[in-house]
Write a protein that binds this ligand. Structure first.
Ligand SMILES: CC(=O)SCCNC(=O)CCNC(=O)[C@H](O)C(C)(C)COP(=O)(O)OP(=O)(O)OC[C@H]1O[C@@H](n2cnc3c(N)ncnc32)[C@H](O)[C@@H]1OP(=O)(O)O
Ligand SMILES: O=CC(=O)O
Ligand SMILES: [Mg+2]
Length: 548
């Protein structure tokens, strides 16, 4: 834990080097057996991971040439077969009407498990800055949470422990996506896949304990772009279960459909994972990001201000409907997503307006047919319960089939709706991007900005919109051309405002580093696939130089 001193760690496992310093508690995670387990998965599966990442590059080249996505002809037999079903919901996952999410920080893990939500998605991904400390400490926190020994003493004197009434949320874990590596663990001289690192350590230490306690190792699987990427997870699940000798099919994974490419492969993704599937989730924020990213070279796919890209615009509405229909056809949960509004403490009227938006979002989800939803903050759980309890009397509504729904390729790509790019929209994206990147570089992956939750996915939207608008010299509502020069001028102005607000404190923040990285991302020239991979080297803190 944070009060302990971190020291270098020497691995005794052949071919495995730990380059991050650890506290004594963190060292308990890095047992030779656990490191060997992760190394085995890495050796078997990392080549496939890398090949799949290369496929994404080729696919982008085709998109840039104008080959837009479509349902795959070669997997039509999977989509068109009405008879196959995925696994039945695992113990503790039948009723998921309210799921709280949050980073793997010790205090927040306790608060989330105590929040009254049905489940808690502990997030190594969008809401975590993947510093070595955060990632390895998160594993300590997961281990202690599962064994119900987790406690926390806040420096302000407040003590935290788990509630004793048996109403602790069921745990699901979201490992980092396929695109990330963990540079503090080398296997045969190469950084480990961050997905394999997060999954492997969590699974190795906790799978049997979870089963003993009547649940299982449950995951959320982020940012996939194809059913072949889902197949990779399924293969890993099979080998991991075999290695610790638990039955195949014990693991459950809920896949976030949060890329435009995956939207065309929903059936196939469930099919690949069918013995391990716990359904799909509408990862709305990454989905918007992906839409902008993948179509960024096409001026006719330019979206208006971020605030105008709501869940009811045609391409978002189509994606929701297709996801619910697909999940229920295959007997699995169709989970909703995250409203970005969070409680506002110092302004009742503003808080009421924000809560009204959350309520409307949850009502939309439950009446559309979702089986549950996400909340970003414990105080939002009751609003989500209200909507789902009123409209979903059963533990889920998987039995409600939506065979009447027809969603075509054109529907998934339909951006015919009113909207504008405004100077305020540009400034808002600049402030979000700058402030979020600053926090991320300082080790915090989810922050309130202007009373909204901002995380890696929402910041990516802001960054990518600016890039796309500059790339196509988009005209603003005020009649300006939003080219690179304009973006950089507004970036200077917004940074100056922040500098003035913070005064002397500014110098001790990472704002300048954030600004430098941001500036190179908003001119419409070189596009980086992810902000997180771009910035990752800046948070790497290796202490051992040994590269095996
Ligand atoms: C696009 C996506 O991927 S969405 C999923 C990823 N995003 C998330 O998971 C969002 C997680 N939420 C958060 O990180 C936070 O709620 C924030 C950053 C948005 C707001 O945080 P704050 O401003 O600190 O909230 P606030 O001050 O109101 O917190 C009050 C209490 O609730 C706790 N809390 C707030 N959010 C959470 C949460 N999601 N889980 C557990 N506890 C929480 C705080 O730790 C604090 O506890 P304390 O009173 O014991 O100190
Ligand atoms: O992970 C969720 C999202 O909206 O992105
Ligand atoms: Mg996401």
């Amino acid at each position: 834990m944070s009060t302990q001193t971190s020291v270098p760690f020497k691995s005794t496992v052949p071919g495995v080097a730990v380059l991050g310093a650890v506290t004594p508690a963190q060292a308990e995670i890095l047992t030779p057996e656990a490191l060997q387990f992760v190394a085995t998965l890495q050796r078997i599966f990392n080549p496939t991971r890398k090949a799949l990442m290369q496929k994404r590059v080729y696919r982008q080249e085709a998109l840039d040439r104008g080959v837009l996505p479509d349902f795959l002809p070669e997997t039509a037999y999977i989509r068109e077969d009405p008879n196959w079903r995925a696994a039945v919901p695992a113990p503790g996952l039948q009723d998921r009407r309210v799921e709280i999410t949050g980073p793997v920080d010790r205090k927040m893990v306790i608060n989330a498990l105590n929040s009254g939500a049905k489940t808690f998605m502990a997030d190594f991904e969008d809401s975590s800055s993947p510093t070595w400390f955060n990632m390895i400490d998160g594993q300590v926190n997961m281990r202690d949470a599962i064994r119900e020994t987790i406690t926390f003493s806040n420096p302000n004197g407040k003590q935290y422990s788990l509630r004793k009434d048996g109403k602790i949320a069921v745990l699901l874990v979201r490992p980092r996506g396929w695109h990330m590596v963990e540079s503090h663990l080398l296997v045969d001289g190469e950084p480990t896949s961050a997905s394999i690192f997060d999954f492997g350590l969590y699974f190795f230490h906790n799978a049997k304990e979870l089963i003993k306690r009547g649940k299982g190792p449950y995951f959320y699987l982020p940012k996939m772009e194809s059913h072949l990427e889902a197949r990779l997870w399924n293969d890993i699940f099979n080998v991991a279960q075999d290695m610790i000798q638990i039955p195949r099919g014990t693991i459950r994974g809920t896949v976030l459909i949060e890329t435009i490419m995956a939207a065309f492969e929903m059936d196939e993704i469930i099919y690949e994972l069918r013995d391990h599937s716990a359904g799909l989730n509408c990862g709305r924020w990454d989905y918007i990001f992906s839409f902008i990213k993948r179509f960024r070279q096409h001026p006719d796919f330019t979206l208006p201000d971020r605030s105008q890209v709501t869940m009811t615009v045609p391409f978002m509405d189509a994606y929701v409907r297709l996801l619910i229909q697909t999940c229920h056809k295959r007997g699995v949960h169709a989970m909703g997503g995250m409203a970005a509004q969070i409680p506002i403490k110092d302004n009742k009227a503003a808080n009421d307006a924000a809560m009204k938006k959350v309520r409307a979002d949850k009502l939309r989800e439950v009446t559309a047919g979702h089986d549950g939803t996400w909340v970003a903050h414990p105080n939002l759980a009751s609003i989500a319960y209200e909507a789902f309890d009123q409209h979903m009397p059963t533990p889920n509504q998987i039995h409600v089939r939506r065979d009447d729904v027809r969603v075509s390729r054109n529907d998934l790509l339909n951006i015919n709706f009113e909207g504008q790019v405004t100077e305020e929209g540009i400034r808002s994206n600049l402030r979000v991007g700058l402030s979020y990147m600053r926090s991320w570089l300082e080790g915090v992956g989810c922050v309130p900005i202007n009373y909204m939750m901002e995380d890696a996915a929402t910041a990516e939207i802001s960054r990518s919109q600016l890039w796309q608008w500059a790339r196509h010299n988009t005209k603003t509502a005020e009649g300006k051309v939003a080219n690179a020069q304009y973006m950089l001028q507004l970036l200077d102005e917004e940074t100056a405002k922040i500098k003035k607000e913070l005064g002397a404190k500014y110098a001790s923040t990472k704002y300048e580093a954030a600004k430098a990285a941001f500036a190179s991302n908003i001119t419409g020239e070189k596009y980086n696939e992810f902000l997180t991979t771009l910035l990752y080297d800046d948070i790497v803190t290796t202490v051992n130089s040994a590269k095996l």
